[in-house]
Design a protein around this ligand. Sequence first.
Ligand code: UDP
Length: 260
Amino acid sequence: MHSRKRRLSFSAFPGKDLVSIRIDVLGVGFDNLTMDEALGKAFAFMEGRNAAYAVTPNPEIVMLCREDRALLQAVNSASLVLADGIGVVKGAKLLGTPLKEKLPGIDFAERLFLPMAERKMSVFLLGAKPGIAGLAAEKLTARFPGLIIAGTSDGYFKEDAPVVAKINAASPDLLLVCLGAPRQELWMQKNAPRVRAGLMAGLGGAMDVFAGAADRAPERWRRLNLEWLYRLKAQPSRIERMAKLPKFGFAVLGKRFLGK
Ligand code: UDP
């Protein structure tokens, strides 16, 4: 067993004791945090072990929230709401309430893994097609020696109970929930009272990337804030989903200039 004392001494990130302010972007309240502050908060939640959950909405999810009250409620009830991508950051700026920075969910997880590995903390990988979480486990243990993979489970289950029982037997510090939106947000909200874990994080397609089954945009594209375009190029079938992006832009402009 790894000692709780060692974990509690963690104070490398500044966000630990920070009360963060939420910035409203079309009804979704985003935590106004830097990446380091978000990591600090994540460690505090892992220490608290209340199965708090983090969500990472992008403009597409914000637009889904406007059509789906249950999703909006699940997102706004999260303990951490991170602005996944430049669209949300630009939207917040246009609305006159800028966010400190973009906090892509996949970067958030990767930045958590290193200090977690140093402290021999554990992660359970839930989601994606059968076999993918196992592949991700292999790749992550190779990349982050010391990180404990507490278990894996694919995302195509019908009943929650056996999955929750498997997670609870492993009792991980971090539970990645990669079921895609809105399933992952609704799943985390519904199961938070019975899941034994430090923090849950809903990360969509990140598991496929960790497993090497999907590519992430190269650094240059990311620096130019063109990750969304790279994903569209790699997976043209996303075009329908991405039609929500201009709608998000118009909705932000409407809110900014017409107040609705
Ligand atoms: N997925 C899942 N169970 C489901 C539906 C989807 O595990 O019932 C997985 C899917 O295999 C993929 C991820 O959820 O790995 C969703 O990926 P997507 O690219 O849609 O998510 P995004 O990152 O865009 O939110």
